[in-house]
Design a protein around this ligand. Structure first.
Ligand code: SAM
Length: 222
């Protein structure tokens, strides 16, 4: 039994991708239950409190779906985009569900390919100079990266392309949208040379598909 959190609307394409994968790889007798994702305020006054409220609503929605569809001893699966260790609440939700079930639920994680790895593979690059660290962060946090920690940054969840505010003209950006899919777009170069192209590609792609997921590696000029 696979549970899909369905965000509805035009991101239904993401649900379709998951269903195709299940058709291709899961045992024929598998079943799928789409669970409507509870609505979320994307621009709340208190971001952390809204995320906590939303997580609780998701736990409750999944709890209802699991109770209705899964008998004791059966296994439920959750397909996670990329790897669940990065910017994904599935494991927090399942931990909460397991907590509520008081030991009656066991969780096993199968590792996935994160979009960070998909990005560097698509560009055919190493994410850092020899022995250097890499910071993974979000667009919301990019401006808070301390000097010295910003040599190599992988930036996710950035609909505003925040590097336009933080990067120097000679810094290098390796950007990718829909990485690993048929719609993949890649752009890389000096910030001064490619920013306009990234902004335009992102806007056009979003218009075309109704949604966009993009990620970039930002490297300080050496
Ligand atoms: C909620 S996070 C989930 C990350 C995911 N767990 C992972 O391991 O990649 C969503 C963000 O991941 C990035 N992302 C996920 N899939 C992507 C893809 N195929 N192409 C580009 N960026 C992607 C984008 O930055 C997007 O805003």
């Amino acid at each position: 039994m696979f549970f899909l959190l369905d965000k509805g609307g035009r991101t239904g394409e993401l649900t379709a991708v998951r269903e195709e994968m299940l058709t291709a790889h899961a045992p024929a007798e598998h079943r799928v239950v789409a669970v409507p994702d509870p609505p979320r305020d994307r621009d709340p006054d208190d971001y952390e409190a809204e995320v906590r409220r939303w997580h609780r609503a998701r736990v409750d929605a999944l709890h209802t779906a699991i109770t209705a569809n899964l008998a004791p001893g059966e296994t439920g699966g959750f397909l996670v985009w990329g790897d669940p260790a990065l910017y994904d609440s599935t494991l927090r939700i399942l931990a909460q569900l397991a907590d509520d079930a008081d030991g009656g639920v066991t969780i096993e994680v199968v590792p996935g390919v994160t979009s960070a790895s998909a990005l560097t593979a698509a560009h055919g690059i190493v994410a850092h100079g020899i022995g250097e660290p890499v910071l993974t962060t979000t667009g919301r946090r990019l401006a808070q990266t301390p000097d010295g920690a910003d040599l190599n940054q992988i930036v996710m969840l950035d609909s505003h392309l925040a590097f336009r505010e933080t990067a120097a003209p000679d810094d290098i950006v390796h950007w990718g949208a829909y990485v690993g899919t048929d719609h993949q777009i890649l752009v890389s170069g000096r910030v001064a040379d490619v920013t306009d192209e990234i902004v335009a590609s992102r806007a056009a792609a979003r218009e075309r598909h109704g949604w966009v997921m993009d990620i970039y590696l930002l490297q300080r000029a050496r």
